[in-house]
Structure formats: structure tokens, C-alpha cells
Design a protein around this ligand. Structure first.
Ligand code: 1GP
Length: 235
């Protein structure tokens, strides 16, 4: 299998934009997977992200196994905690919640995941995860007990992303939170993009074609859509 990170890097260097559909095993049942896989294939999504903040232990593994039977689109884990790591996916976003100051999500969870990763064939992708205020108390804020960076604090968002890059992250993910009222603003996306030389992921609350285009035009290499897909909104 080809490397997910290499693919993102190569494609983004050419200015080609990527799409990931986010499935949360807490919100989607295994029964729905055949139909959902068809919808994702139709959209020609580049990746399926699987993860969430509140998934019961063991569910992700079954969920990914079933997805694998229905689609060849690479599956990338986007875990809310270490229990969501399963060897059946293709890659893992090894997240550090850089906008937060909770050691649990900066290093503890990462340490706890090591026994699961030792013999795994998952491609591990160091990812700087940065929460931007999306106007809702999103589950990721609640679970991580952290605060998001204000949409107006562009300098802090930029410096956080650049620090992440210097720390060796291979991707930066700007997150407004699932179901966000306010998407990450254009200026913030473009300033972050201007200051990093690694690919940029943007997600949270995107539900119109305009928002999707704005994210891409301002520098997102990969956009993640979860809620709008769940709600069958045609982008
Ligand atoms: C959440 O960025 C993703 O982690 C996607 O958010 O569910 O609002 O599309 P939505």
C-alpha cells in the first residue's frame, strides 16, 4: 500500500485538493456501512477518517474491519483516545493537541498507545492538532478539557502551527470542532498556510460549497467533512 503522507504531500505540492469524509463509529452503525461506503466512493473522497471523542472501547476495530470489506479508499484513524487505535486501518494521525495545555492530550495518551502500536503496520503520521473556536462547546473541547484558540488570534494560531512544524509534525490540522457553528476563518487558514511548509488539513462545520471552496482557496490541502455528510447535504 502506498504511503498516505507521501500521497498528501505529492498531491498538495501540485495544488490538487483532497477530501476526507469523517465517520464517527459513535454516530454511524455497522449496518449502515455498505450504503455509506457507496456514497463515499461516489464522492471520490481521497480518504476516510475514522474517529470521535466518545467511542466505546472495541467498536472502532469492528467498524474499520467492516469498512475495509466495502471500500478500497484508504482509512485513516483520527482517534479521540488511544483505545481507538486498530491495526486494520491504513494510517494513524498521531495527534498532539497543540492548542491545549492538558498533558493528557499532549503526551499521556500517546504513551498509552505505544503497546498497541509496537507490532502494528499502521503508518504513523505525526500531526499537530489545533482547535479554533467554532462557536460551540464541541465534544473535543469537553473531553480534552482545553480551550480553543480565538478566531481573531491569528498570530497565536500561526505560532502554534509553526511550533508544531519545528517539533517535527508532518501535518497541521486546524479544527473548528465537529458541527461547529463557525468554520475556521479564511484569514487564519491563509496565514497559517503561508507560514508552514507542510500540508494543512482544515475541518469543522463545513456544510456549503462556498465554505469548502474558501477553505481550499485559502490554503487547505485536505478538507474533512463529517456532519454535512451524515446529514446528506450535497456539497
Ligand atoms: C471534525 O473536522 C471534523 O473533527 C469535521 O467536522 O463534523 O463539522 O464536518 P464536521
Amino acid at each position: 500500500t502506498k504511503s498516505v503522507l507521501e500521497h498528501i504531500k505529492k498531491v498538495s505540492e501540485k495544488g490538487i485538493k483532497l477530501l476526507a469524509i469523517l465517520l464517527d463509529p459513535d454516530k454511524t452503525t455497522i449496518k449502515e456501512i455498505p450504503a455509506i461506503s457507496k456514497r463515499i466512493e461516489k464522492l471520490k473522497a481521497d480518504f476516510i477518517f475514522v474517529g470521535g471523542s466518545l467511542i466505546e472501547n472495541g467498536i472502532t476495530d469492528l467498524f474499520v474491519k467492516s469498512l475495509k470489506q466495502h471500500t478500497k479508499i484508504p482509512i485513516v484513524l483520527f482517534p479521540g483516545d488511544y483505545t481507538q487505535v486498530t491495526n486494520n486501518a491504513d494510517a494513524l494521525l498521531f495527534l498532539s493537541l497543540l492548542s491545549g495545555r492538558n498533558p493528557e492530550y499532549l503526551i499521556e495518551q500517546q504513551i498509552k498507545s505505544v503497546p498497541f502500536l509496537k507490532n502494528s503496520t499502521l503508518e504513523i503520521i505525526p500531526t499537530g492538532y489545533i482547535l479554533i473556536d467554532g462557536g460551540t462547546n464541541s465534544s473535543v473541547l469537553k473531553v480534552s478539557k482545553t480551550t480553543a484558540i480565538s478566531q481573531n488570534d491569528i498570530q497565536l494560531a500561526v505560532d502554534t502551527a509553526v511550533a508544531g512544524m519545528y517539533k517535527g509534525k508532518q501535518l497541521i490540522y486546524l479544527e473548528a470542532g465537529s458541527g461547529a457553528k463557525t468554520v475556521v476563518n479564511e484569514k487564519l487558514i491563509s496565514e497559517v498556510k503561508k507560514n508552514i511548509s507542510i500540508p494543512l488539513i482544515v475541518g469543522g462545520g463545513i456544510k456549503t460549497k462556498e465554505q469548502l471552496k474558501a477553505a481550499y482557496n485559502n490554503g487547505a490541502d485536505l478538507v474533512v467533512i463529517g456532519t454535512a455528510f451524515e446529514n446528506n447535504i450535497d456539497l
